[in-house]
Design a protein around this ligand. Structure first.
Ligand SMILES: C[S@@+](CC[C@H](N)C(=O)[O-])C[C@H]1O[C@@H](n2cnc3c(N)ncnc32)[C@H](O)[C@@H]1O
Length: 154
C-alpha cells in the first residue's frame, strides 16, 4: 500500500489490491469491473437481445479518461445492491466510476487502484463529485431510504 486519500466518505488506496486487501476497512458490498481483455476484437450490443433479461443498458460515456471506463448510470444501478447508506468496495477502481455512483447515492466508498495515473484521476473525480452535489441532501435521501428499507424489512 503506497498512499491513502480520504475524500468525504471515500477512502482511496493507491497500490496492488493483492497486498492491500488485508488492511481494508469493513465494507458492505464489492462492486467492480476487474481487469480483462477482449483482445480489442469484441464489441457487444447484448442488451438489445430480448433473451438477455436483467441486462443493464447504458450508453458508453461520451468522454472517457480510461479506456474501459464504464457509464456512471450503469454503476448507479449496480450500487443499489448495497444496503442504503452502506459502503461499496471497488478493488479495481480505474477512473473511479463506481465511487462516483456510490457517493451520489449517499453510500460510502473504498477504492483500490494500482496505477498512479488513474489513482490521481479517481481522487480528482471524487473530489469533484462531492463539490458538484449537495452532500447533505444526498445523505438525507440515503437516510430516508435506509429508514424505509428497515421499516419494509421489519
Ligand atoms: C477495467 S479497469 C476499471 C475501469 C473503471 N470501471 C472505470 O470506469 O474507470 C480495471 C482497473 O484495475 C486496475 N488494476 C489491475 N490490477 C490491479 C491490482 N492488482 N490492484 C489494483 N488495481 C488493479 C487497472 O489499473 C485498471 O485501472
Amino acid at each position: 500500500m503506497t498512499r491513502i486519500e480520504r475524500i468525504g466518505p471515500a477512502t482511496l488506496i493507491l497500490g496492488d489490491v493483492l497486498t492491500a486487501l488485508d488492511g481494508l476497512p469493513p465494507v458492505d458490498a464489492v462492486i467492480t469491473d476487474p481487469p480483462y481483455s477482449s483482445g480489442g476484437t469484441h464489441t457487444a450490443q447484448r442488451a438489445d437481445d430480448p433473451r438477455r433479461r436483467g441486462v443493464f443498458a447504458h450508453p458508453a460515456p461520451r468522454r472517457r479518461v480510461h479506456v474501459t471506463q464504464k457509464p456512471e448510470g450503469l454503476m448507479a444501478d449496480l450500487v443499489e445492491i448495497c444496503a442504503p447508506g452502506g459502503v461499496v468496495l471497488d478493488p479495481f477502481m480505474g477512473s473511479g466510476t463506481t465511487g462516483a455512483a456510490a457517493l451520489r447515492s449517499g453510500r460510502g466508498f473504498v477504492g483500490v487502484e494500482k496505477s498512479a495515473e488513474f489513482f490521481e484521476i479517481a481522487c480528482a473525480r471524487l473530489r469533484e463529485t462531492l463539490t458538484d452535489m449537495d452532500w447533505e441532501r444526498a445523505v438525507a435521501v440515503a437516510d430516508a431510504r435506509a429508514r424505509r428499507h428497515d421499516r419494509d424489512a421489519g
